[in-house]
Write a new protein. Sequence first.
Length: 802
Amino acid sequence: MGHSLLVLFSFSLFFSSSFAQTLTFSPSDEFYINSGSSESLKLDGGRVFISDSEASSYLSTKDDIQVSSPAVNAPSSLYSSARIFVEQSIYRFKVVDKGWHWIRLYFYPLENEQFALTDAVFSVTTDDIVLLHNFNIDNSTKWVMKEFLVNATTDHLSVIFNPLRNSVAFINGVEVVSAPKTLISDVVSGISPVGDFPGISQHTLQALYRINIGGPEISPENDTLGRTWLPDKSFLWVKQIAKSVKISPAAISYTETVSPLIAPNWVYASALELSPMIRHRFNLTWGFSVDPGFGYLVRLHFCDIISQALNSLYFNVYINGYPAVTGLDLSTLALDLAVPYYKDFMVNASIAMSRIIVQVGPMSPDPSGSDEPEPNALLNGLEIMKISNSFGSLDGEFSVHRGRSLVKAGSKNGTATAVGLFMAFAAFVGLGAMVFRWHKRPEDWRKHNSFSSWLLPLHSGGHSSIISSQRGGSRSGFSGNIYSSSIGMGRYFSFSELQEATKSFNQKSIIGVGGFGNVYLGELDDGTKVAVKRGNPQSEQGLNEFQTEIQMLSMLRHRHLVSLIGYCDEQSEMILVYEYMALGPLRDHLYGKTSKPLTWKQRLDICIGAARGLHYLHTGAAQGIIHRDVKTTNILLDENLIAKVSDFGLSKTAPGMERTHVSTAVKGSFGYLDPEYFRRQKLTDKSDVYSFGVVLCEVLCARPALDPALPREQVNLAEWAMQWQRKGLLEKIIDPSLAGKIAPDSLKKFAEAADKCLREYGVDRPSMGDVLWNLEYALQLQEASPSSMPVNEAILAGSSMQ
Ligand SMILES: *[C@@H]1O[C@H](CO)[C@@H](O)[C@H](O)[C@H]1NC(C)=O
Ligand SMILES: *[C@@H]1O[C@H](CO)[C@@H](O)[C@H](O)[C@H]1NC(C)=O
Ligand SMILES: *[C@@H]1O[C@H](CO)[C@@H](O)[C@H](O)[C@H]1NC(C)=O
Ligand SMILES: *[C@@H]1O[C@H](CO)[C@@H](O)[C@H](O)[C@H]1NC(C)=O
Ligand SMILES: *[C@@H]1O[C@H](CO)[C@@H](O)[C@H](O)[C@H]1NC(C)=O
């Protein structure tokens, strides 16, 4: 596609199948900048990236730092120079034709004498959308191109670079180009619930994956819209069942609805189908990891290049296990063989979680009638685009506009002065400075000082309580709609509001202490009590755990999980606000300073509640989260003794369908650690089951999981209790306050459950669901026992206690 061709085709967009192959698109707006270079650069395909001096009218910055050095082996010479910004800098482009525009940003941390660009942490935004937040490229990553699709609604489009305090931002190349209006339609199909999902054009998209299935990589010069399509090899799960098919790209006949603008003919001319012989038994499966907490637009490209005749190919399409299309019939949709067809699906955050799995497979698993066409399925191409969230962000939950809301909040109290955008950036800077420092910590620092240890209860005070039940998230006030996310993130608190709620973080409000911060009891204006977990601003904290906790909790809602009400990250603060749990950690009610011991039934109810919370994490709507730090201090009780699991700072999303574990550095608490996880560093949901087994022993025996003061064989509770259990004498070591009050059947069932949880190997342990079932059974046995019934009923029931 030569530059002259572009001019020739200017403003003409026509669709006709005979001319379609040569159809190109002429963008009305196009800006290509070879940042940091004194020379312009012409790339294959004709795009000319202009030099810094030619681009100076677009850029407003105080800095003038250009670096260049040959980027060895780089895919493009664009990466050989970079512009470095020490302060906020803005590229501003005039938009002639509103609507979709590509923003492509090229990054490579060039080695230079002035700045270590691999340490640079910065954010990139447009006027209203966060594109990259706390972005960093270390030198393991090399060249990075980030591609966004923005619907320009005004006559300007800005790309704003914000280095964090003490850091710099850099850019090697900027590309802002109009995209065809027909590229993305406003309405896509939802998969659960099934139906139309309108409003895509109100969002900004980020292209994450663009795959040419069964074919070669397609470079920008072979795509009319300058896109890159990668081969599917590294995403395909079971390669043995896939067979690749190819036809000549020239044989693809485009239509009015599907032009080469949607995808080049190379994409439709190759595909994977099911291998013969095993066709009716398998799905072809591709897996992609994605950021949790976001919705995704999944575009699937099909073209029947395998059938000999029409009406002989029908197959099913699944996304994350949900049926996306049942009985897809390309003959009816495309009307001919070798005619392209595509379909867009909306996969929302609660379905996407942290992976998107696309499957195509046969309609009926067992072909009965012999005149039926042999089952088969195919896929030619695939695109996954991240959709900006309700904060107007594609990276995290921080809005560009937050500053403006803060102004409102401040002026309410008569404190804030000026600010505008600057405030938002100040917040970015604050948070980022932490990432920056944190990045430099040695790896094992995180193991010892996890954010989650903030929730260690305070065992000295008379009043040990954390976190609880009334929700406080619904006040209107300044927090406004910007913060009430569709995924239930909770709200944003200003620092001054939390200061007020905790009486300026008064020592007397402290209800828990941890490695580097305190937990305070706070009271909001409407009287709601909250637990406020604050990182010590002087210390360097695990920003990662802070974000993990926000992300995990924002996806999770369950009666037996502690809810996050909101957070504050103003200045250098990292504060989480939770529901307040009036009765504090379970541990405090088992031993130590307990005043009134819990009854057996109360203990069973608490264990059942906690088991439900964990079961939900492992298998429920939230599917596939491993808590990793199950212990009696992380099971909290509200004023009605309802148990809730807390502290998700260490949680991990469980592995995909094919892999069975996550390899990871061992984290967790001694005394509760799964021995198998410890040995093999392989984490599964069965590691939580083990830790829960230890919790069951603690509940029964009322002593800590590890007690170094005891004789050697008694130090580790799990080992000691299981020795007695295997001798059949467990009742000898139970909490004396329970003696004679547990129905023997109930104790037996409970002990069996603990025993199974504590099996040496994960495979021998039950699922949380089975554990839950056993505990419920133990509760029934207790309730049915004579001691818990009125006397005459017990006699009628005819059961006897031994
Ligand atoms: C972009 O957004 C505007 C206003 O939200 C809308 O009217 C327009 O149709 C959108 N453009 C495209 C190409 O979808
Ligand atoms: C990354 O860069 C640092 C500092 O320049 C260097 O010490 C380190 O070896 C590099 N690592 C890799 C993987 O290149
Ligand atoms: C791209 O186009 C060039 C020149 O026409 C050709 O040599 C190359 O093979 C093409 N590559 C792909 C993947 O289409
Ligand atoms: C294909 O995958 C779907 C969803 O994961 C599943 O329900 C179906 O049974 C699978 N079909 C075959 C033949 O394996
Ligand atoms: C997102 O998924 C959840 C769970 O399946 C569903 O209840 C909700 O309606 C979905 N929302 C949209 C907009 O598709």
